[in-house]
Design a protein around this ligand. Structure first.
Ligand SMILES: [Zn+2]
Ligand SMILES: [Zn+2]
Ligand SMILES: [Zn+2]
Length: 165
């Protein structure tokens, strides 16, 4: 994911002026490690920049999407969200519990797809896909919840120690 510095550079690289407002929004964006909504961003901005209205945020998000600084993420439920972008071809690993998103900057399919696309007589092809799973933090939370209920791993452990005797 872009750092604040990389986002600012990407914006200026496109010949877009980095206004104090845009710079302030960039500074808040890096705090999101996953999918966020306009309302989430507005909540973050409220304290330091109560002057920035929802319309400005929408316009800035729109601009950042066009520049690739942000990326749109589809959600099964509710409205689509956004994530901080990354340069170059990549895929996403998304936690279906907390919405954390990691960028995967390697593509095992590129060569295979390109070859097939050429054979079909197509050019300028793009492909996208996201991988969904449960992140390490959400998994250990789930396991801890199971343990306090006195089920799962602990019960199995007792059984296997008896067997060992
Ligand atoms: Zn991405
Ligand atoms: Zn998670
Ligand atoms: Zn790919």
């Amino acid at each position: 994911m872009y750092t604040a510095e990389e986002m600012r550079r990407a914006i200026e690289h496109h010949g877009v002026r980095l206004t104090p407002q845009r710079s302030a929004i960039v500074a808040e964006l890096v705090h999101f490690s996953g999918i966020f909504s306009v309302a989430d961003l507005q909540r973050r901005m409220e304290e330091a920049h109560p002057d920035l209205g929802r319309a400005t945020l929408f316009r800035t998000i729109d601009l950042f999407l066009r520049l690739g600084v942000l990326e749109r993420m589809h959600r099964e439920e509710g409205e689509d969200g956004y994530i901080v972008g990354m340069a170059g071809h990549h895929h996403h690993l998304v936690c279906r519990v907390c919405g954390e998103v990691r960028h995967i900057d390697f593509c095992p399919l590129e060569a295979v797809i390109d070859e097939r696309v050429r054979r079909e007589g197509y050019s300028e092809a793009v492909h996208r896909f996201d991988i969904e799973g449960v992140c390490a933090a959400c998994r250990s939370e789930k396991e801890a919840a199971l343990k306090t209920k006195g089920q799962g791993p602990r019960g199995l452990k007792a059984g296997s120690s008896l067997e060992a005797r």
